[in-house]
Design a protein around this ligand. Structure first.
Ligand SMILES: C[S@@+](CC[C@H](N)C(=O)[O-])C[C@H]1O[C@@H](n2cnc3c(N)ncnc32)[C@H](O)[C@@H]1O
Length: 418
């Protein structure tokens, strides 16, 4: 019997030998499963038969669901799925004994809106497959129709695959990242290309063919994930508009995964931001929040990524924007530096902002707004803010990672008596 749905989307049976994690099982279901101890020591069950299905079980809408490792929870009704997403956040907060005063109405994004997709690429027998990894495997499987991704990206995938044949090396795994911004497509290839693993004349010729024959505005390349991408060819620069801020985006620029999700997050940040003042945007990226924040005052945008800072320096802004390159893990803002701000926004990577939040918690900044894609590290950081005297006013869940176990949130904290 499946007792609960875990935060990774597995159904969990609480056995006397410990929890058994069963992929694609739902709470209340009676199933027959074969059980093995996984590499990490956890017990993992594989469904062989569903004896009593949950009333919330539905047929997954995607034809690739059985083979694709992309989505986690398509086999449940919207009601169950949505409650589970909220529960992931609620459980993370309850582990640190926190509860916001208000749970704002969550926003759930429709599928088909994901504007950044990384395809696994594999070349064999003079053909390129652009797909996703198979479930529980490192083999690339062709995904002709991903319901999560923007349809323009999926069309481009079909056009792009044969045009990549002269670029990629046979038998070597590679990745192709496509980002769609205001109708323009930015493509970044990661992996060995050309005869010797790096761009050569043939690669440049093929990149030219891509710009001419596919709807691609810029194509870039990097050898591996730790390398900075270099532009092979750019037909037109790609800009993002954040409020009145117009930013020329570097290749692989971080954007929120959906335009509507960005709007929901931005609206939530702005509804908690004072009407005017001086603000800090920590982990600013290319200015998703700095842009709208500039409409209410001046903004210092702190970020460690050099190309994001360069983009912000080149951005067209109506009001004073001060981009600062700074590693906020190793060199967080100090108590004195917080004195000038009326509000601080922080939106760290999945690891959270432990070092920075320790200092922020002791500050006199009246309003702190946290944005996070990891409820566990967020909960840890929120606990530190509350222990430092902040009240936890509200939380809003924005589900822009449809059918996955990922979830985004915006939280508001106030210190009335510093
Ligand atoms: C979740 S993204 C948010 C970006 C931006 N707020 C947005 O919504 O587009 C996190 C950002 O933190 C930056 N970052 C990662 N580690 C950092 C560090 N140690 N110090 C400062 N920024 C860092 C990343 O480069 C990335 O831009």
């Amino acid at each position: 019997v499946i007792d609960v749905l875990g935060p990774q989307g597995d159904g969990i049976h609480k056995s006397t030998d410990g929890p058994v994690y069963v992929e694609r099982a739902l709470p209340g279901e009676k199933i027959v499963a074969s059980i093995q101890r996984g590499s990490g020591g956890a017990l993992r069950g594989e469904i062989t038969q569903i004896t009593t299905p949950s009333p919330d079980r539905i047929a997954a809408p995607c034809a690739h669901y059985t083979v694709c490792g992309g989505c986690t929870l398509q086999h449940a009704t919207d009601d169950l799925y949505r409650a589970w997403k909220l529960d992931i956040v609620r459980t993370a907060l309850s582990k640190v004994d926190l509860e916001p005063k208000v749970w704002l109405e969550p926003t759930y994004l429709e599928p088909g809106t994901r504007r950044r997709v990384t395809f696994a690429a594999f070349k064999s027998a003079k053909a390129v497959t652009l797909g996703y990894f198979r479930r529980r495997s490192h083999n690339v499987t062709e995904i002709a129709n991903c319901l999560v991704a923007d349809s323009g990206i999926m069309e481009l995938r079909t056009t792009l695959a044969p045009l990549l044949v002269p670029i990629l090396q046979g038998g070597k795994p590679a990745e192709v990242f496509i980002q769609s911004v205001n109708g323009l497509h930015d493509v970044v290839i990661t992996g060995a290309v050309g005869a010797k693993g790096v761009p050569d004349a043939k690669v440049y010729a093929a990149a030219t063919a891509i710009i001419q024959n596919a709807k691609v505005s810029r194509i870039s390349w990097r050898a591996g994930e730790t390398n900075e991408p270099e532009v092979l060819l750019e037909a037109s620069p790609i800009h993002a508009n954040f409020g009145a801020l117009r930013v020329p985006l570097p290749p692989l620029a971080f954007l929120q995964p959906t335009a509507l999700g960005e709007k929901a997050l931005s609206d939530a940040v702005m509804s908690a931001l004072p009407e005017k003042g001086k603000f800090a945007d920590l982990f600013s990226g290319c200015g998703t929040f700095s842009g709208p924040m500039l409409e209410r005052g001046t903004v210092d945008a702190f970020e460690n990524n050099e190309s994001a800072i360069q983009a912000l320096n080149k951005a067209r802004a109506a009001k004073p924007l001060n981009p600062v390159k700074r590693d906020l893990f190793r060199n967080p803002l100090q108590p004195d530096e917080f004195k000038k701000y009326d509000a601080v926004v922080f939106d760290p990577p999945r690891a959270g902002a432990a070092e920075q939040v320790k200092i922020l918690a002791q500050s006199k900044v009246r309003r702190v707004i946290g944005v996070s894609c990891n409820p566990n590290t967020f909960a840890r950081d929120a606990r530190v803010l509350v222990d430092g005297g902040y009240t936890f006013d509200s939380i809003k869940v924005v589900d822009q990672f449809t059918w996955s176990h990922h979830v985004e949130l915006v939280a508001v904290f106030t210190k009335s008596k510093p």
